[in-house]
Design a protein around this ligand. Structure first.
Ligand SMILES: [Zn+2]
Length: 79
């Protein structure tokens, strides 16, 4: 019964790292947000620890994209 907790570094997948390297601006336009929406939602479904600061920042401030992302996540999660 000895389960070692997963270290925080588990979030550092190659995908996350490349995303971090690409994101130089904290804010996205809605167009950019929509372009990333698919891969963002997929990454989030496959890895709940996935974080995309730029997307998260935009979704926090934009109800339209936030709703879009949530319905997409529900779709991917349920399918
Ligand atoms: Zn938006």
């Amino acid at each position: 019964m000895s389960t070692t907790p997963r270290p925080d570094s588990a979030a550092l997948t190659p995908r996350n790292v490349s995303a971090l390297l690409q994101d130089t601006t904290p804010w996205l336009s809605c167009d950019e947000c929509f372009e990333r929406m698919d891969s963002y939602a997929e990454a989030l479904v496959h890895d709940p620890t996935y974080r995309d600061k730029a997307m998260a920042a935009h979704l926090r401030g934009c109800a339209a994209c936030d709703e879009e992302a949530e319905s997409l996540l529900r779709l991917l999660d349920g399918g």
